[in-house]
Design a protein around this ligand. Structure first.
Ligand code: F6P
Length: 366
């Protein structure tokens, strides 16, 4: 008997826990005698390239991957079925819609279901594919935790852990040298990683994308920590933070199919601003960058990712097409993908974590 095929795709930036989801889907599917799991390499590229790159996944292939960072089937945050980058006759990069080719190939390969593991951009693609008739299930992924439909995304707590360890390490060098240390962490639109790491690490200042900062207010809050001989301070800033009336720091990379603005420089800009304002203490900057996306997922994220994988395959069995798995403590539920991508999970000015930060005297640069 020919088995039904389900294709797994990991898209967008990688994140600790992706492999645990893949493994869980495979393990759950092998409990059903009539299903087999396939993977497409580098998001949908494996299905869309002239020569397809797909792999059959079984228990042997996914053995021991639950604690590995990255994704065994690769990923990309460039292009996609609706924006496939191609070079035109003039030598310029343009994009073309390859979604019809994708549908045709899914049909030829007898792939009945697709599980798309990815963040907001990837889930927007899932919704478009669903509207074209693809039987698709979404699994949310992002270290930024900026998807509103789920209480949490896997990889986020691991990133918070990595960022907190960095604050802890910088505190000792800041104290020894009587310096102000600025740690720049990820967080394009949402400051969850910065806020958690600042509270957990006991930082003095935390700057997030949701609250544009006022440099005078930061200087004032640092005064008691930056004038004396034995003073020091720690600042955590999200990459998407910006001064009041200013823009985010970064540039537009010239990479075909890459849609994101490349955020970089928020921490160094702040260091320069502090110097301009006459802050006496020496200022140093550390940029944590992609260290937050790599490495071993902490136990919480492995459990969340594994639960997402099991639930996602059960949604395939229940034919809940066009839906995304979500964590609503203490349950794993399904929500329409279109609702999941409609609203972001920003740090609210009234969020209880903001209250906590203020309560321990962290300056938010207001
Ligand atoms: O979406 C998660 C994220 O980590 C953002 O915080 C960051 O701006 C972006 O990915 C960077 O992605 P990349 O360098 O892989 O393009």
């Amino acid at each position: 008997m020919q088995k039904k095929k389900c294709l797994i795709v990991t898209g967008g930036g990688d994140c600790p826990g992706l492999n645990a989801v893949i493994r869980a889907v495979v393990h759950r599917a092998e409990q059903e005698s009539d299903w087999e799991i396939w993977g497409s390499y580098d998001a949908f590229n494996g299905l869309l390239e002239d020569e397809m790159r797909l792999v059959k996944l079984d228990k042997r292939k996914v053995a021991g991957i639950h604690f590995l960072g990255g994704t065994i089937i690769g990923t990309t945050n460039k292009g996609g079925p609706f924006n496939w980058p191609v070079l035109n006759e003039k030598g310029n990069w343009v994009t073309e819609d390859r979604s019809d080719l994708m549908l045709q190939r899914l049909q030829e390969l007898n792939i009945e279901a697709v599980i798309n593991i990815g963040g907001d951009g990837s889930q927007a693609i899932s919704q478009q594919l669903f509207e074209k008739g693809v039987q698709i299930i979404g699994v949310p992924k992002t270290i930024d935790n900026d998807l509103s439909a789920t209480d949490m995304t896997f990889g986020y707590q691991t990133a918070v852990e990595t960022a907190t360890q960095a604050v802890d390490k910088l505190v000792t060098t800041a104290a020894s040298h009587h310096r102000i240390f600025i740690l720049e962490v990820m967080g394009r639109n949402a400051g969850w990683i910065a806020l958690n790491a600042a509270i957990a690490g006991g930082a003095e200042v935390c700057l997030i994308p949701e609250i544009p900062y006022n440099i005078d207010s930061i200087v004032k809050s640092l005064k008691p920590r930056s004038d004396g001989k034995r003073s020091f301070a720690n600042i955590v800033i999200a990459e998407g933070a910006r001064p009041v009336g200013g823009k985010v720091s970064g540039y537009n990379p010239q990479q075909p199919g890459y849609a994101n603005f490349h955020l970089s420089g928020a921490g160094h800009r702040l260091a320069w601003e502090l110097e301009q304002e006459g802050v006496k203490a020496e200022v140093r900057v550390s940029v944590l960058g992609h260290l937050q996306r790599g490495g071993i997922p902490i136990a919480f994220d492995r459990v969340l990712a594994t639960s997402f994988g099991v639930k996602a395959f059960e949604m395939v069995l229940a034919e809940e097409w066009g839906k995304m798995v979500a964590y609503k403590f203490p349950d794993y539920v399904s929500v329409p993908i279109k609702d999941a991508i409609a609203e972001y999970n920003y740090v609210d000015a009234d969020a209880s974590l903001i209250h906590t930060a203020r309560g321990v005297g962290i300056s938010l640069g207001e």
